[in-house]
Design a protein around this ligand. Structure first.
Ligand code: PLP
Length: 361
């Protein structure tokens, strides 16, 4: 992503996360067929470096800038992925890290912070309470909180995802981009990235629509968008998409404005639809996304079915995190292993039984 360093807010050369970004943009023909759209692409940040989510982008910028400003300790308020990336990139940069997370996060997300030696503090409450506490701590301790006092740098890092999409499409903005929303920051910054590329003459001033995706169990922005409102009502989150569970989204207002200005839409999906979205992406494209990816696929399916993304158009879905970190959400929902003794006879008996191996091929 540092090929775009002139458009990112660091003074000198980046010092943290130089290998982050330029993840694959995959043409998803099988999924396109299932969703009923002419052309579909997956921007796959599930394989971002080093911690398998889009947050590696924002952390690379925030920590490079933190080092320039002389900070020795970094911190964050996180729904999981940010904590993983801060912990990992702080470790490699030799910085002390404090990460604050809701205490009930998925095991995978917790372990992926602890393993790097970060100080992990589980707060008994929702992300919104974690965030409020971190604002107090940031005011009192001289730490670089990547999404509190360093948030402007953090947020700009998200633009790199949009720059890459435009470059990988052959220097054009996609007609439609579907983006999962937690605070809403990523959505606004992908729009900004296309605007900047258009201003610089790197892409044409074509029209693009920005669409937002949320989980029904935490959908303050999508509910407001569907009602045609310019503002949202805070909610108490209850969803398996924990990475998106922000009830009071900091950039909710601006997300609504971007969707309105570009003619985009928002929608939300239930926990079952999220699991279905995860399986659809996995079975069609061989990509295992976390719950946020299930949200994006599920909402794209709804928007296409409703004609809000026309079937004759082309769309990019932003897949932002890896399924191996949210196994809790799909355990028991993906079928079962069939166990046999190591004998050909047993295998053939299995094939003849209700096991539909042959039928699936
Ligand atoms: C943080 C995150 C997002 C989006 O976050 P914003 O606060 O809206 O920028 C999307 N997907 C995943 C997996 C995330 O961790």
């Amino acid at each position: 992503m540092w090929r775009y360093r002139e458009l990112l807010p660091v003074a000198g050369e980046p010092t943290v996360g130089r290998q982050v970004g330029f993840t694959p943009l995959v043409k998803a023909d099988r999924l396109a067929k299932r969703l009923g759209i002419r052309e579909l692409w997956i921007k796959n940040d599930a394989v971002n470096y080093p911690t398998l989510s889009f947050k590696d982008r924002v952390v690379s910028v925030a920590l490079s800038r933190s080092k320039e400003l002389g900070f020795k300790t970094v911190a964050c308020a996180s729904t999981g992925n940010l904590a993983n990336s801060v912990a990992a990139q702080a470790a490699s940069a030799g910085l002390e890290a404090y990460v604050f997370i809701p205490a009930d996060l998925e095991q995978g997300k917790v372990l992926n912070s602890l393993v790097y030696g970060a100080n992990v503090i589980g707060i008994k409450g929702h992300y919104d309470e974690v965030n409020r506490l971190c604002a107090e701590i940031a005011g009192k301790y001289g730490w670089a909180f990547v999404n509190v006092n360093m948030r402007p740098y953090y947020a700009e890092g998200s633009k790199s995802m949009g720059y890459e999409i435009a470059e990988q499409l052959g220097w054009r903005a996609p007609q439609h981009t579907v983006i999962p929303m937690a605070s809403g920051s990523l959505l606004t910054k992908i729009h900004k990235s296309y605007q900047e590329f258009a201003k610089l003459g790197l892409i044409s001033e074509s029209r693009w629509r920005i669409h937002g995706a949320q989980a029904t169990g935490c959908s303050p922005i999508s509910v407001a968008q569907k009602a045609g409102l310019d503002f949202f009502k805070p909610v108490k989150p209850n969803t398996i998409a924990k990475s998106l569970a922000i009830g009071t989204p900091a950039d909710g207002f601006y997300s609504l404005r971007v969707m309105k200005e570009t003619g985009g839409h928002a929608d939300d999906v239930t926990d079952d639809e999220i699991r279905e979205g995860i399986k659809l992406l996995a079975e069609c494209e061989g990509i295992f996304a976390e719950t946020a990816g299930g949200v994006t696929v599920g909402v794209a399916k709804k928007l296409i079915a409703a004609g809000k993304i026309p079937a004759g158009d082309s769309a990019v879905l932003c897949i932002t995190g890896n399924g191996l970190k949210t196994l809790d959400a799909v355990v028991g929902h993906c079928g079962e292993t069939r166990e046999i003794k190591p004998s050909l006879r047993e295998f053939e008996a299995l094939l003849d039984s209700d096991f539909k191996l042959a039928a699936r091929s």
